[in-house]
Design a protein around this ligand. Structure first.
Ligand SMILES: *Cc1c(COP(=O)(O)O)cnc(C)c1O
Length: 436
């Protein structure tokens, strides 16, 4: 029976104890509290390339990558230098800067799915604004979201499925008025019948259907391409806007994200995470015709004191300039495929009940025998116990995965072949421990 020594967490535990006096649960975002895995959260001191170091001096190869933004790894030279150069010119002006134009040009000249963009400071803000735009444009109030998709924490979207195929949602957070939940309908992913039913039940009432480019916040729920095309067709037929929330998939699944991946034209696309190169940036984009509804041109109000922040723009430009290099994404995908295939071979050899799903440079371990998982209710919550064991065994071997089995892993361009080989060896041992 394999035994691994637990890493030392003394300093992290001390910091966490202090933090509990300052922040609810000791954190500034809930998943960081390590509630779904063993031990106290690790307080990170620094990162470089694929690695991070915690307060106790433990070193890890990182697959959380700040939850996705760090597609170039930690402390990237170009991003650091661009940010440093901007620091000497000022942090914020609340007036337009050349940098906003530059980032917009970089994106719009290479993304055929949007014609205009508006920068905000987070994914939540991007989605909230996109929903308002859809409502303002269609003059309808209802929106449809999918069970298992996360779109940030704005009120309209903190809604979970009620019972029945097509029902009003129930709030998934205290403090969200019931009236908001009544405007949000939640249905299952990859289910054509539910989609048809929703438009039959609420004709001419639905402003928008919002879906993650590829749902990756509750496992990795890869949709049938045919379903996404069906969704596009049906929304168009009903005068309902289709919003692709590409906060994860944007600039991850290719420079044109999931829209490019499927070859589907959404009406509005939201971005976040990678777009800021590690700084707080979000954005939403659409056709010029739609974007003219946004203030100051149109009547849909949306603003931000730090929107288009010059330091954040400089980071975004530096990051995206690397992503547009030829073959960037092909290489990422090949590296990820090799990593995934090696682990899959081991799983098959051992007959372990675990699947490794992947798309682009995203991967997800699912402790199941099902060969595909496309809906949230296909995930067995009991499988998360196995993830906990794996997570601990990986930390103990210097591999940092996200602290929840519902979270996906990300491979950055800073992960070397040797990093990945080390990780594969650790994953094999971790799986042996799970299934011993
Ligand atoms: C992370 C995420 C958000 C929220 O972005 P924040 O920057 O955390 O507000 C919204 N939608 C999706 C798909 C995300 O992955």
């Amino acid at each position: 029976m394999t035994q691994l020594h637990d890493i030392s967490r003394e300093k992290s535990a001390e910091l966490f104890d202090k933090a509990k006096n300052y922040f609810p649960g000791g954190v500034n975002s809930p998943v960081r509290a390590f509630k779904s895995v063993y031990g106290t959260p690790l307080f990170i001191e620094r990162g470089d390339k694929a690695r991070i170091w915690d307060a106790d001096g433990n070193e890890f190869i990182d697959y959380c990558c700040s939850w996705g933004p760090l597609i170039l790894g930690h402390n990237n030279d170009q991003i650091r230098e661009a940010v440093a150069a901007q620091l000497y010119k000022g942090l914020s002006f609340g007036a337009p800067t050349r940098l906003e134009n530059e980032l917009a040009e970089l994106i719009l000249s290479r993304n055929s799915y949007i014609e205009m963009i508006r920068f905000v400071s987070s994914g939540t803000e991007a989605v909230m604004s996109a929903i308002r735009l859809a409502r303002g444009f269609t003059k309808r109030d209802k929106i449809v979201k999918f069970d298992g998709c996360y779109h940030g924490h704005s009120d309209s979207l903190l809604v979970k499925a009620g019972s029945g195929l097509v029902t009003f949602g129930e709030t998934s957070s205290a403090g969200v008025p019931k009236a908001f939940a009544d405007e949000t309908i939640v249905i299952s992913l990859n289910d054509k019948e539910a989609l048809v039913e929703v438009f039959t039940s609420f004709p001419n009432e639905i402003a928008a259907v919002i879906i993650e480019g590829i749902p990756a916040n509750n496992g990795l729920l890869i949709q049938d391409s045919e379903y996404i095309h069906f969704l596009r067709q049906l929304t168009a037929q009903h005068g309902t806007l289709l919003i692709f929330d590409e906060v994860i998939t944007g600039f991850r699944l290719g420079f044109e994200g999931a829209a490019g991946y499927y070859g589907v034209q959404p009406d509005i696309i939201t971005y976040g995470k990678i777009i800021g190169g590690g700084m707080p940036v979000g954005a939403y984009g659409a056709s010029k015709a739609l974007m003219k509804y946004i203030s100051p041109d149109g009547g849909v109000y949306q603003a931000g004191t730090l929107s288009g922040n010059p330091v954040a723009m400089a980071a975004g430009i530096a990051a995206l300039e690397i992503l547009v290099q030829p073959d960037f994404y092909t290489k990422q995908e090949e590296t990820t495929k090799r990593f995934v295939e090696t682990i899959r071979r081991y799983i098959a050899e051992k007959g372990y009940e675990v699947q490794l799903f992947t798309v682009g440079s995203i991967f997800w371990f699912a402790f199941t025998t099902q060969s595909s998982i496309k809906r949230a209710d296909d995930i067995d919550p009991r499988s998360m116990e196995n993830y906990k064991i794996m997570h601990r065994a990986l930390l103990n071997q210097g591999i940092y995965f996200g602290p929840s089995g519902y979270e996906v892993g990300f491979i950055s361009s800073a992960h070397t072949e040797s990093d990945l080989d080390t990780t594969v060896a650790a994953v094999k041992i971790a799986l042996d421990i799970v299934f011993q």
